[in-house]
Design a protein around this ligand. Structure first.
Ligand SMILES: Cc1cc2nc3c(=O)[nH]c(=O)nc-3n(C[C@H](O)[C@H](O)[C@H](O)COP(=O)(O)OP(=O)(O)OC[C@H]3O[C@@H](n4cnc5c(N)ncnc54)[C@H](O)[C@@H]3O)c2cc1C
Length: 454
């Protein structure tokens, strides 16, 4: 009987893993909490839109269209709208909820794979600033998800700011759904970005397609006369009922504000993104070791737990091409195969991109200078910067768990997804406290005694 490989996440990493696990002869189950495959990069329009040319808002559509066909393979089982909410460390049993997250009647199912590939990706990192809790302030990922997945613009006059190349597709998508983008602001100075990307350019050969993608974004911004500025950040959002204006300022390489350079933009929405943080909850539940928040893997994409593999942005932020290249290796090895040397080399070349991204778009350490005592850090529980710094500086500085209970930061509905990295940084970069429940589950569902094995 062939090995049963379960893959959590049908983004670029998960789909590539499925294709290569099938090629190596395994039986494969791919599941994703989303209704459609593609992950964040290939976010698709809902069926109801009956889009005739979905490729027009997608990069790399042809490759994606080819790869998603693996889900129809006779040895592949595809479970959309299926959330893994917990993982049992002792026997690696996956606990799955099948059905629409916002509807009733989700079924509880367990899976016992021979090998597990975690390809759960990442989510937005957004640094706090005064006023960021106002309606109209969005993460860049949320703005992108609404524009790409629903054709909805977050506002009519929008400022896009933060750090990283992801700001460009977000601005392009906003323009595509009719918003006016008043400016795109990269907080890092040109010198940092230029140095990060330009050294040894031949090492980026695996990402040659990215140059074309970049050129398309630049052209879209130029056509609409959207200014792109380096070394400028959003340091405050203002408005009584919702955001009405944002204050931006010139920042130094460490992101400290240059006094007297403030400029105000009138907007009805702002979207801010400072890169991404991984979603390692299931890996943590399995007992995998993390390195700086990312799941540690070896050259075969094996985690530190036997039978558990990881690929894509839970192992490092490197874009869709890198994620897929990791998925190829993970899928093959998890199925008991040996990856072709050329595929391993391709993955290693792709990984160069992750290093460049981090070097070209770092997070400056002085961003805390933007905050006031009253700036809210945990938006769910309204914990302020002042409360957190006082707790951290107390002689008996509590551990992450006690800090959470004492200040409530991270205890709200998002479970620290937004404030977790910030709180961890305020504690000097200490590891975050992770919860055993990876995704929300209703008490009624938890109490439901029926859990069937599949
Ligand atoms: C909101 C957002 C929008 C983005 N848009 C773009 C873009 O337009 N262009 C670009 O270049 N890059 C974009 N990125 C970056 C992009 O995430 C990566 O480059 C790439 O998609 C990473 O691939 P991946 O396979 O590692 O993860 P992802 O593509 O993130 O796929 C992970 C999948 O795992 C699923 N998942 C996670 N946890 C569970 C669970 N417990 N149970 C079941 N399923 C689960 C998720 O639903 C998701 O579909 C975006 C990132 C985010 C967060």
């Amino acid at each position: 009987m062939s090995r049963h490989v379960v893959i959590v996440g049908a983004g670029p990493a998960g789909l590539a893993a499925a294709e290569h696990a099938l090629r190596a002869g395994a039986r494969v189950t791919v599941l994703d909490q989303a209704d459609t495959p593609g992950g964040q990069y290939h976010r698709m329009l809902p069926e109801a839109f009956k889009a005739r040319h979905p490729d027009r808002i997608q990069h790399g559509w042809a490759e994606f269209a080819r790869r998603r066909r693996v889900l129809d393979h006779p040895r592949c089982r595809w479970w959309p709208a299926s959330t893994v909410w917990a993982l049992d460390r002792t026997d690696k049993t996956l606990h799955v909820l099948r059905g629409q997250a916002d509807g009733g009647g989700r079924r509880r199912i367990t899976l016992d794979p021979d090998a597990l590939i975690l390809a759960t990706g990442a989510h937005d990192r957004t640094l706090p600033f005064p006023g960021w809790e106002l309606p109209g302030v969005y993460t860049a990922g949320a703005a992108q998800a609404l524009a790409k997945g629903e054709r909805v613009a977050i506002g009519s006059r929008v400022l896009v700011a933060g750090a990283g190349p992801f700001l460009l597709p977000v601005a392009e998508s906003l323009l595509g759904v009719g918003a006016e983008v008043v400016a795109v602001l990269e907080a890092n100075p040109f010198a940092t970005v230029g140095k990060g990307w330009s050294s040894r350019p031949w090492r980026l050969a695996a990402h040659a397609g990215k140059a074309g993608e970049l050129a398309r974004y630049a052209a879209a911004l130029a056509r609409q006369r959207v200014p792109y500025r380096f070394g400028r950040a959003v340091v405050e959002a203002r408005g009584a009922d919702r955001v009405r204006e944002v204050v931006t300022a010139k920042v130094r390489a460490d992101w400290s504000v240059v006094a007297g350079t403030e400029r105000t933009y009138e907007v009805d929405a702002v979207c801010v993104g400072h890169g991404f943080v991984p979603q390692p909850e299931l890996a943590v539940a399995a007992g995998c070791l993390l390195d700086n928040g990312f799941v540690q893997v070896d050259g075969d994409q094996r985690t530190t737990v036997e039978g558990v593999f990881a690929a894509g942005e839970i192992t490092g932020i490197g874009g869709a091409v890198t994620s897929a290249a990791e998925g190829v290796v993970a899928g093959c090895v998890a199925a008991g195969g040996t990856p072709d040397r050329a595929l391993v080399r391709e993955r290693d070349r792709a990984l160069a991109f992750a290093g460049r991204l981090a070097a070209a778009h770092p997070i400056g350490s002085a961003w805390r200078g933007w905050l006031d005592e009253d700036t809210i850090v945990c938006r769910c529980e309204e914990t302020t910067y002042g409360e957190l710094t006082r707790a951290v500086q107390a002689p008996s500085c509590p551990g992450s768990h006690a800090l959470k209970l004492g200040t409530r930061a991270g205890l709200g509905p998002c479970q620290g997804r937004m404030c977790g990295p910030t709180v961890s940084e305020l504690r000097g970069g200490a590891e975050r406290h992770h919860r055993p429940i990876a995704q929300p589950i209703r008490l009624g569902e938890l109490a439901e005694p029926k859990e069937t094995s599949a």
